[in-house]
Design a protein around this ligand. Structure first.
Ligand code: EPU
Length: 336
C-alpha cells in the first residue's frame, strides 16, 4: 500500500483541474483499504474512491482521503458453449477490457467501446452508450466494505441498476471499494445497431462483426466527443432528462425536432444536447470553460479552467435550458 500526502490530482481527473487531496492511497489489495479505513476512522464524507477520474469535477481541494484501487487482470471463471464469465480487476481501463472481449470473440460490451474510465466504476455509474448499459452484462461485484472491513460479493440483482445509476450512488455511496467485477459475455453475439447511425457506419465496413461494431462506435465517438488529452472533459456533463409522457408531448408539439426516446424505467428521455444547443449554448465559453462545439452535452476545459469556473458554466447552461424549455438538467458528473 502506498500512502501519499497532499497529493496533486490534476493527472487523475480528466477535466485536468489542478487540486490536491489530503491523502492518496493506492493498492491492489482490498484489505489495505479496509485497514486504512479503520485506522483513520473514515466517515463517508471524507473518502472518495477514484477510478479513471473521468466522471467527476473537483471544485476545490479535497480535504480527505482518495482511495485508488489498482487491481488488475482478466480471469475467465466459467466457460460453456454459449457464454463466458470473466472477472476483471477494478483498476483495469474499461476500454482495454472491451478490446480483450472483441479480440476473443465475446459479445456484450462492444457498443461500450471507448467509454473512458476504469472497470471499478462500471457498476457504480452503470455506464451506457449506443443502446447498451454495462449493468446488462454485470453478474457480480466484489468489494471491500469500508465500515465492517469485510470482503463482500454483491449480485447484480442487488445493484439496482438504472440509467447512469445504481445503489452505489445512493445508500451505498462511499461505502465500498470495488475490487473486481464479473461480466457474462456471449459467444453468440446479438448485435445492437439501432441507435443513431450505428448500423450505417457498421455496414460501411462490410459484414456485421464485433470488430466492425467496435470500429464504428469508435469512429462515431471520435467525430463528436473531444479527446481528453486535447480538451479535458468528463463526457456528458448532464443526464438526458426523463419527463412524463404529457410533458414530452407538449414539448414535441412546440418543438417537433426535439429528439426523444422511451426511457427503460418509464417516461420519456429528452436529448439534453439538443436542448442546450437550441438554448444557444453550443460552443459558448465562460472563462476557460466551454460547451463543446460538436456535442453540447459535453463541457470542456480550454486550458487552466478551475473547477468553480466549469461548475459556473454548468449552472448558466442549466438556467438557460430551464428558462427556454422549463426542463431541469441534472449533472451526470459527480461534483465534489
Ligand atoms: N444533439 C443535438 N445537439 C448536440 C448534441 C446532441 O442536437 O449538441 C442531438 C443529436 O443530434 C441526437 C441526440 O441529440 O439526435 C442524441 O445525441 P447523441 O447520440 O450524441 O447522444 P446523447 O444523448 O447526447 C448519450 C450519452 C452518451 C452516449 C451517447 C450514445 C447520456 C448523458 N449521454 O448522449 O454518453 O455516448 O448517448 O449512446 O446519456 C457519457 O455518458 O459521458 C456519454 C458520452
Amino acid at each position: 500500500m502506498e500512502v501519499k500526502e497532499n497529493f496533486n490530482l490534476k493527472a487523475y481527473n480528466t477535466f485536468a483541474v489542478d487540486v490536491k487531496c489530503k491523502y492518496f492511497v493506492e493498492s491492489d489489495k482490498g484489505e489495505d483499504f479496509a485497514e486504512f479505513a479503520k485506522a483513520y476512522d473514515l466517515s463517508r464524507e471524507n473518502v472518495l474512491v477514484l477510478g479513471g477520474g473521468s466522471n467527476l469535477l473537483f471544485t476545490e481541494d479535497f480535504d480527505g482521503v482518495v482511495l485508488y484501487p489498482s487491481m488488475r487482470g482478466f480471469r475467465v471463471e466459467d466457460d460453456d458453449d454459449e457464454s463466458v464469465r470473466v472477472s476483471v480487476g477494478s483498476g483495469e481501463v474499461w476500454d482495454d477490457f472491451v478490446e480483450w472481449a472483441v479480440e476473443h470473440g465475446y459479445g456484450g460490451v462492444e457498443n461500450l467501446s471507448l467509454v473512458p474510465g476504469h472497470v471499478g466504476a462500471t457498476p457504480v455509474q452503470n455506464i451506457g452508450a449506443y443502446g447498451v448499459e454495462a449493468g446488462e452484462t454485470i453478474k457480480r461485484v466484489e468489494a471491500v466494505d469500508l465500515i465492517s472491513g469485510e470482503k463482500v460479493e454483491i449480485g447484480a440483482e442487488d445493484c439496482r441498476f438504472g440509467y447512469r445509476d445504481s445503489i452505489f450512488k445512493h445508500e451505498w455511496r462511499n461505502r465500498f471499494v470495488v475490487t473486481r467485477v464479473t461480466y457474462c459475455l456471449t459467444k453468440r453475439p446479438e448485435f445492437r445497431l439501432d441507435y443513431g447511425n450505428v448500423r450505417e457506419e457498421v455496414l460501411k465496413m462490410g459484414e456485421v462483426s464485433l470488430r466492425h461494431v467496435r470500429e464504428a462506435i469508435t469512429r462515431i465517438r471520435e467525430a463528436k466527443l473531444p479527446d481528453v488529452n486535447v480538451l479535458p472533459n468528463a463526457g456528458s456533463f448532464f443526464k438526458n432528462p426523463v419527463v412524463g409522457e404529457r410533458e414530452a408531448e407538449a414539448l414535441r408539439a412546440k418543438y417537433p425536432e426535439l429528439p426523444v426516446y422511451a426511457a427503460k424505467e418509464g417516461g420519456v428521455k429528452l436529448a439534453a444536447g439538443w436542448l442546450i444547443e437550441q438554448a444557444g449554448w453550443k460552443g459558448r465559453a465562460h472563462g476557460h470553460a466551454a460547451v463543446h462545439d460538436k456535442q453540447a452535452l459535453v463541457l470542456v476545459n480550454r486550458g487552466g479552467a478551475t473547477g468553480i469556473e466549469i461548475a459556473r458554466l454548468a449552472n448558466e447552461v442549466k438556467k438557460a435550458v430551464f428558462m427556454r424549455f422549463g426542463v431541469v438538467l441534472e449533472p451526470e458528473v459527480n461534483i465534489i
